[in-house]
Design a protein around this ligand. Sequence first.
Ligand code: HEC
Length: 164
Amino acid sequence: MYRTIFPWALVLLVGLLSACDKAAESVATQETLSQVGAVSDVAALDRKLDAALIARGSAIFEKNCAECHGANGKGQPGDWRIRDADGKYPPPPLDDSAHAWHHPTKVLMEAIRDGSPGGEGNMPAWKGKLSEQEMQDTVVYIKSLWSDPVYRLWLQLEQQSLEP
Ligand code: HEC
């Protein structure tokens, strides 16, 4: 029965992703997570994330990113979905609780490399400050923050994004 619930959770997620509203996304995240909770007892996931890269990414994150995204990517106190006085969104958590995991690796890398699109937000561009390898290390670290059910959902999105 668990195996039949999972694809529907994914269909729901993909449908909701097309509506790119931060508040709606967060509600979607909670609903999706409560559904995938049903599959959390399947065999432990082999993520194939390299421990050395996670450790490197963690150190780079602590030094450059934690001031905004919080220790362990848990974000800041307050609601990341409500704009600040400057009209821009606060830094979101990068763990399960927000929507970093809705993005394939390529999009996460773009967010880090280029910062907020068109300077419309407060995410700095790291191109020229961190090497491509260092940015990749932070992405591996961010993936290590996700729970198994969320990682599984992300993996499906990643595979879809790689299809020709
Ligand atoms: C000065 C504060 C600040 C720092 C430092 C910072 N970020 Fe961000 N980051 C943000 C904000 C704000 C956003 C939301 C962007 C927007 O609204 O356009 C964001 C968004 C992101 C996203 C996209 C998240 C999503 O859910 O779509 C990723 C990934 C990310 N940051 C990673 C990093 C990494 C890795 C570093 C360190 C190398 C870093 N950030 C450093 C403020 C910061």
